[in-house]
Design a protein around this ligand. Structure first.
Ligand SMILES: Cc1ncc(COP(=O)(O)O)c(C=O)c1O
Length: 390
């Protein structure tokens, strides 16, 4: 259904269009100068020496696990509260996803929960910068060092986000960005793996290009590879967009502030933090949380009411351990309390560069009406019961 206020929308300028069209006037439509330029630009943003453009963020995550030679019998710890892609990449390698819980404020991997999930079979950690909020990397990197485990940063939602004054993506052994049209920077479809490690970068370059190592001929394939290349048209769009990254991040931050102001008058709605000490958010989506007296069915009813009034919104994220695909990896003893309580009450509101103040006011007004339709209930026992708050 077409939404009057869409959930997300790319911002494509005349300069973006011209950048893509100009590629079509050349004979080089793949593996050319725009790819090299885009790779350099993204590597620079992440503060690393290598960027490898790939066809999607999911492809990038897959290649990271391939390059680290993670396979059957290996465990990879990741948050359950995330998009399906990281979990799928683990399954592509026939490895075992092990789900850890999240922090209730940042919605990112909780270091204590991470450490509890490490076993002798653990081979890697995937840390996600959820909704553009940088994960608390110091304790996570300490744990990784202590157990000699590589860290993959899933920075697909977080280009330009900062942790302790440095942009995310370059803290771990490998980082991945994604450029689907709902992202801050888009290439239509696309992704980028970034790393400081030239050996890993060489392997990922070969894997995305049918397993051809740099020294191989075009019809010589040293590795079992994939066609995960990103075309020159996509890369040209990425180059044009990334030039505006600073302005785009500011615009999105201003929208988040605007939403927070509008929502201040609704005590039933918990807004995400706007400021983080020593860091910066890269606003991917604006996800609010209903207060703890609300249930999943209340949230779903509110989501339905907004959708019915032409306002696009999303229930981000249904946790991976509740997905049918991952049921066999969910164990009753897993402590995913915060994930489960929070995922039931999150609602992502419309969020894109050209969202207007009037549209934000309309979204918030409609949300208020929808909240009024839910019968008032006292704070429920389930969060109080265990003494744990979300
Ligand atoms: C956290 C996260 N990881 C990975 C991906 C996968 O990116 P792509 O859609 O480009 O495959 C996404 C995309 O939305 C994402 O949000």
């Amino acid at each position: 259904m077409e939404m009057r206020i869409p959930f997300s929308a790319p911002e494509i300028t005349e300069a973006d269009i011209e950048a893509v069209v100009s590629v079509l006037r050349t004979p080089r439509l793949s593996m050319g100068p725009r790819m090299a330029e885009f790779e350099e630009s993204v590597a620079e943003v992440a503060g690393v020496s290598h960027g490898v453009a790939v066809s999607s963020g999911t492809a990038g995550l897959h290649l990271c696990l391939s390059a680290l030679d993670i396979g059957e019998g290996d465990e990879v710890v990741l948050p359950s509260f995330t998009f399906i892609a990281a979990g799928n990449a683990i399954l592509y390698r026939r490895a075992t996803p092990v789900f850890a819980d999240i922090d209730p404020v940042t919605l990112n991997l909780n270091p204590e929960s991470l450490e509890k999930r490490i076993t002798p079979r653990t081979r890697a950690i995937i840390v996600v910068h959820t909704f553009g909020h940088p994960a608390d990397l110091d304790p996570i990197l300490d744990i990784a060092r202590k157990h000699a485990l590589p860290v993959i940063e899933d920075a697909c939602e977080a280009i330009g986000a900062q942790y302790r004054g440095r942009n995310v993506g370059g803290f771990g052994d490998l980082g991945v960005f994604a450029f689907y049209p709902n992202k801050a920077i888009t290439t239509g479809e696309g992704g980028m793996v970034v790393t400081h490690d030239s050996g890993l970068a060489d392997t990922i370059q070969a894997l995305r290009n049918q397993g051809r190592r740099a020294a191989d001929d075009w019809l010589e394939h040293s590795l079992l590879g994939y066609n995960y290349r990103l075309s020159e048209m996509n890369c040209a769009l990425g180059v044009a967009q990334i030039k505006r990254l600073g302005g785009i991040l500011e615009t999105r931050e201003a929208l988040a502030i605007r939403y927070s102001k509008e929502l201040q008058k609704m005590p039933e709605v918990i807004v995400p933090p706007l400021i983080i000490e020593g860091g910066r958010l890269s606003w991917f989506v604006f996800v609010v949380r209903l207060a703890s007296q609300f249930t999943r069915s209340h949230r779903d009813s509110i989501w339905q009411q907004l959708t019915a009034r032409g306002i696009g919104c999303g229930r981000y994220f249904p946790p991976l351990h509740r997905q049918p695909l991952f049921a066999e990896f969910a164990h009753p003893g897993d402590d995913l309390f915060v994930t489960e309580r929070i995922a039931d009450r999150t609602l992502a509101l419309p969020f894109f560069n050209r969202l207007t103040e009037e549209q934000i006011a309309e979204v918030c007004g409609t949300l208020q009406d929808a909240l009024r339709s839910i019968p008032k209930r006292a704070a429920q026992a389930d969060s109080a019961e265990s003494g744990r708050k979300t």
